[in-house]
Design a protein around this ligand. Structure first.
Ligand code: TYD
Length: 212
């Protein structure tokens, strides 16, 4: 099963993925976690290019292609082989981030991005996507207040940008409500964790039932 996590910067995805992975492993599942951009040697090289604060000249199309080049490598090298042997794959961001950030945030053409994503992923889509829901004002505050977190080129955006990204996510969720689970990320961490575990376990059980 392929589960992706989406949300604005600072919504707590990384922590929640880590907690969920531990929980599922204790329950006997083989779990692989990854993140975008990154997750492979090639992808981590691309991540450096994307985040470098010196790269102020990066154009929107180049940025979209780089995110998707990293994604193509991750899908072929890591995700598909893991899914093929029954591993539960948890990924911190996936194609929906391109639609929300490049499409809605940077206002690139959605239909073109969808074609680019289809090429990069070879049509692989998540079975379930967890949206950690946090108002843009709070997410930005959390990120900028965090000690030791790296400030990078992609963080340098106005509040209005994150508001467009959030509206984009709402649009994507409304288009495919069965794929998404929306979880209020403003609650205490344990409550968020409980909701995430319940959602993912429910979907895993349904998959097993269907297979039997
Ligand atoms: P990262 O440091 O991984 O932070 P986060 O915890 O928010 O995931 O930075 C990833 C940044 O890249 C984040 O601002 C979202 C952005 N992004 C895109 O714009 N498009 C994409 O396709 C992906 C995967 C990420």
């Amino acid at each position: 099963m392929f589960v992706t996590f989406e949300g604005l910067d600072g919504s707590g995805k990384t922590t929640q993925i880590h907690l969920l992975a531990e929980h599922l492993r204790r329950a006997g599942w083989t779990v692989l976690t990854s993140r975008e951009p990154g997750g492979t040697r090639i992808g981590n090289g691309i991540r450096q290019l994307l985040l470098d604060v010196a790269h102020t000249e990066m154009r929107a199309r180049a940025e979209a292609l780089l995110f998707n080049a990293a994604r193509a490598q991750l899908v072929e090298e890591v995700i598909r082989p893991a899914l093929a042997v029954g591993t539960v794959v948890l990924c911190d961001r996936f194609a929906d981030s391109t639609l929300a950030y490049q499409g809605f945030g940077h206002q690139q053409d959605i239909a073109e991005l969808e074609r680019l994503i289809a090429y990069a992923t070879g049509g692989l889509r998540p079975d379930l996507t967890v949206y950690l829901d946090l108002p843009p004002e709070e997410g930005i505050g959390r990120n900028r207040g965090a000690t030791g977190s790296e400030w990078n080129r992609l963080d340098a955006q106005e509040l209005s940008f994150y508001q467009r990204v959030e509206a984009g996510y709402r649009h994507l969720i409304a288009q495919e409500p069965r794929r998404w689970v929306v979880i209020d990320a403003g609650r205490p961490r344990v409550d968020v964790q409980r909701a995430v575990v319940r959602a993912v376990q429910g979907r895993l059980s349904a998959l097993i039932d269907r297979a039997n």
